[in-house]
Design a protein. Structure first.
Length: 292
């Protein structure tokens, strides 16, 4: 009889342990998916910003040596990602599809200017920074004018701000739900061991001694759950990469490492905190309350 009861209790403990791991794994998987959305949005917004072209038109009388010195100055600026020199002949070829192939023959001269296309690093692409850079570039004698898409930069900045606020609100809500789900799973698992905690107290075990194996167990559960969640997430990303040709997050190992770190940190932190307070609750309960 006792053997059957022990087997039953062991099965209950295994089931409780497994349910905690499954619950935490699913929550961490959702955390990972949310992290992918955040990082993909951040990466996409940076790509859009770095594709915005800042064009400096050069004085036709500018000497080649001055032009090269100006381009070298641009390359040394910390804000600049890349530059490209566009001659007026190349500019005319680019304009032919819009103005017609014979527009130079009609005018009998090339009205366009040599120019330098500048692309900036994403962190510097905003109205305030580009306005300062515009004044700095216009200060060069060989620069006649500067053109860039101010309205596009303003619109992108506003949209990114709105998306960031929406994602922040959603992340906060989801984090609360994640904490609640993990906390409930851990509390149920510790509830099944409440009499073990009381027995250890009766034989004189200190609070820290009783708490230590539970906290260690929570760390192991979080580690296993992280591995399971990462495997699930990896499978989901491989599926997305096959279905969406432009989805290439797997190519960037830095992103994958960051996501794995977020999942591990979330799992360990929430599990440890929930376990700590759940164990403390039963350490403070009176014996009569353990039966309810």
């Amino acid at each position: 009889m006792n053997s059957k009861k022990d087997t039953f209790n062991k099965n209950r403990l295994r089931t409780a342990y497994l349910s905690v791991i499954v619950s935490i794994s699913l929550v961490l998987f959702m955390v990972g998916l949310l992290s992918v959305v955040l990082l993909f949005t951040y990466s996409f917004s940076n790509q859009v910003k770095e594709q915005i072209t800042f064009t400096a038109f050069l004085d036709p009388s500018a000497k080649e040596v001055d032009t090269r010195a100006f381009e070298k100055t641009l390359q040394q600026m910390k804000e600049v990602k890349s530059i490209a020199h566009i001659s007026k002949e190349d500019a005319a070829k680019n304009m032919q599809p819009y103005l017609g192939e014979n527009f130079l023959e009609l005018l009998d001269f090339n009205p366009l200017f040599d120019a330098v296309d500048i692309n900036f690093k994403s962190s510097f692409v905003n109205i305030e920074n580009l306005s300062k850079i515009e004044k700095e570039i216009l200060g060069h004698d060989i620069v006649k004018d500067v053109v860039y898409q101010k309205s596009a930069i303003y619109t992108i900045g506003k949209n990114i701000q709105k998306i960031s606020l929406a994602l922040l609100a959603f992340c906060s809500l989801f984090l609360l739900i994640a904490i609640s789900l993990i906390n409930n799973a851990i509390r149920l698992a510790i509830y099944s061991k409440r009499f073990t905690i009381r027995t250890m107290q009766l034989v004189g075990a200190t609070r820290s001694f009783i708490r230590k194996p539970f906290l260690m167990n929570s760390f192991i559960q979080a580690l296993i759950s992280t591995i399971v969640a990462c495997l699930m997430l990896g499978g989901a990303l491989l599926f997305l990469e096959k279905q969406i040709l432009s989805f290439s997050l797997l190519e960037n190992m830095n992103y994958l490492g960051a996501i794995a770190g977020i999942i591990l940190a979330t799992g360990v932190t929430i599990s440890w905190i929930c376990t700590y307070f759940s164990v403390r609750k039963y350490l403070n309960l009176k014996s009569a309350a353990l039966h309810f």
